[in-house]
Design a protein around this ligand. Sequence first.
Ligand code: GAP
Length: 447
Amino acid sequence: MTKKNTATSNQQQLMDKIVSLCKRRGFIFQSSEIYGGINACWDYGPLGVELKNNIKQAWWRAMVYERDDIEGLDAAILMHPKVWEASGHVENFTDPLVDCKSCKLRFRADQIPEENLKLKKCPECGGELTEPRKFNLMFKTFMGPVEDEAHVVYLRPETAQGIYVNFENVYVSMRRKIPFGIAQIGKAFRNEITPGNFIFRTREFEQMEMQYFVRPGTDMEWFEKWREERFKWYLRIGIKPEKLRFHQHGPDELAHYASAAYDIQFEFPFGWQELEGIHNRTDYDLSRHQQYSGKDLSYFDDEIGQKYIPYIIETSAGCDRTLLAVLVNAYDEEDTGKEIRTVLRLHPFLAPIKAAVLPLVNRENMPQIAWEIYKSLKPHFKVFYDDSGSIGRRYRRQDEIGTPFCFTVDSQTLQDGTVTVRDRDTMKQERIHKSEVLDFLKEKITF
Ligand code: GAP
């Protein structure tokens, strides 16, 4: 094997290990598994939903609670079909597709070698390819009982439009002045031609989007501010700096609505890929909604005594992609001298379970004391009580799911009321009094 092939196969193995851990430990399951699954759809299990909620919480805190210039929103997934005409998605949200007339396989024209396109030869079987056709990525369904063209509605392909159509509602009801932003977390749907890489590219996914409304002329300044701000957030949730970079969009990469764009990329085992897009959407969206709805969406800026259509700086992150990046970033196999331990070095705030409470043995009042500690923590944190198996095995089980702390009740607890605290990353142990356990966690589990 060449060096490059070995590296590729190691990276593939890493993905396989993460996928297997996710299933075995209740993070992520294939959707509809008992029916053989459905392509590119995934379900978040008990630990996965905790991790995902914590990522969303970390985003909401940074974007809404810690700032005073951003409001939250939760708009409906189904919207008036005209929204998607105005937004340009009906016309432009397409991939060019070619079909092979012999083997019937379908390809994205921009993803097969140019040579094949020129010769019109299928890269799989050498058969003849059709001319590229536009394929719209929006999922369609029907509103009400009549299934005809007049009743078509779309599942939103981005959450952003729910924010634009509510721009006026929000700034009037909340008495906001420009510059200010609106943040939203929610599902989006795209009929992707080539989904894959586990939860990286799926047809149903969650976005964490923020639209920042600014005075024209100040847009590039805000664009720069936001891309720095968003990069810092990934560092704050514990992503290693060497795994992150910016990618600036060239003119042929820009989306139909953007005048400037950067991606924040993460180095996944399958290469550097986009986690989040930061776009200068200019006044494109509000102008188009004004034109299609006939409603005046201009804003009167009393500071300069002028009316204008605000420019929009968008930060658009994928929740599922961030979760995959968090897992890849945290996964570690450590040689302890005795064994290889698998450990998820998650940021404590993101960890699905914050602490495990363990009686060393199931006798001499240890389970009772441990249970009392567990109950005292439960109203504040997601914690876990475990009394089965050797203490070493119990620690390993927690390491593998990223639990930052284990509190163990042992024979010394019976004498002086102290318990051991074991740190996931260093495996070091210290003793604290059982009455200090809650405060200890409160101090450590912060964002
Ligand atoms: N509103 C702008 C917008 O939607 P985008 O770059 O198409 O921009 C933003 O998507 C983010 O949404 C991406 O950076 C990615 O994290 C996530 N995303 C997009 N398509 C996805 C898919 N098929 N599966 C999972 N996440 C996806």
